[in-house]
Design a protein around this ligand. Structure first.
Ligand SMILES: *[C@@H]1O[C@H](CO)[C@@H](O)[C@H](O)[C@H]1NC(C)=O
Length: 257
């Protein structure tokens, strides 16, 4: 896949290749920028889009693209692989010719390293490998089944990214039967939740727990089912669950009108 990172600027200042600002502080999962929209539906809208295309994690073959768009029509584009501007309208062709001859191309080419490569390291660290620990609850519900008296639920909320494993343990041994689970459910706000159900008839004195493995934990965590319904975390064993590899599924789309 490909990772597309955008830095759009509008206004005349952006026209002559003012480099994008460096990456802001650590991204928050809490807030999202309001969508870009025009104030006046009958007006016109000009914008510029700077993109870094990362086709490999080793940051080989980074491509910097700079698009010039008026009312949804891209009329000129700089492409660092060609180190050239291309015009797509009469006006775009006219300007591309000037920029291809006045040294603007070499100026734009420096963005491959100073902007794209520089920021990629920050993005990788702060976005791709960003994790949030789940809040886990283990509690009982009345069982609907004839065979068993109790249904235990292990719920993990607000974890990021997706990729979690819940395992039921009865006196430390994995239980595989009478277990069902939801998918990992996307909350729509970066976070995920999942619920695993175990139907059983508890025996006196046994310990029942839910083991949770997630990239935000350095090792699996075990949450015991207690009479109070409050789960306590106990860390067990060595880590068998490393962080997930980088995934290049970060597409930020800039839409307007
Ligand atoms: C940039 O130019 C290269 C070489 O022609 C091409 O392979 C690539 O698709 C172009 N990228 C964009 C976004 O236009």
């Amino acid at each position: 896949g490909q990772c597309l990172l955008l830095c759009g600027g509008s206004g005349l200042g952006a026209l002559l290749g003012v480099p994008c600002d460096g990456v802001a502080s650590r991204p928050s999962l809490q807030s999202a920028a309001p969508p870009i929209k025009t104030d006046n539906p009958n007006g016109h809208f000009e914008y510029y889009l700077r993109e870094c295309h990362y086709s490999s994690e080793e940051l080989k073959d980074i491509e910097f693209i700079y698009r010039f768009i008026f009312n949804k029509l891209e009329y000129a584009r700089y492409n660092s692989t060609l180190n050239k501007y291309t015009g797509y309208t009469k006006h775009g062709v006219y300007n591309a010719k000037i920029w291809n001859e006045n040294g603007e191309t070499d100026k734009q080419h420096t963005n491959v390293d100073s902007y794209c490569r520089h920021n990629a390291e920050l993005y990788f660290r702060n976005i791709l490998s960003y994790t949030v620990e789940p809040s886990v609850r283990v509690y009982s519900e009345k069982s609907g089944s004839q065979r068993h008296s109790t249904m235990l639920v292990c719920s993990a909320y607000n974890f990021y990214p997706e990729g979690i494993k819940l395992t039921w343990l009865r006196d430390g041994k994995e239980v595989k039967t009478d277990v069902t689970s939801t998918e990992e459910l996307y909350d729509g706000d970066w976070y995920y939740q999942i619920h695993s159900y175990l139907e059983l008839t508890p025996k006196s004195g046994e310990t029942i727990a839910c083991k949770v493995e997630h990239s935000s934990f350095s090792e699996p965590k075990v949450f015991k089912w207690g009479g109070s319904g409050v789960a306590g975390a106990v860390v067990v064993g060595a880590a068998a669950f490393g962080p997930k590899g980088y995934r290049f599924t970060f597409y930020l789309l800039l839409l307007h009108l």
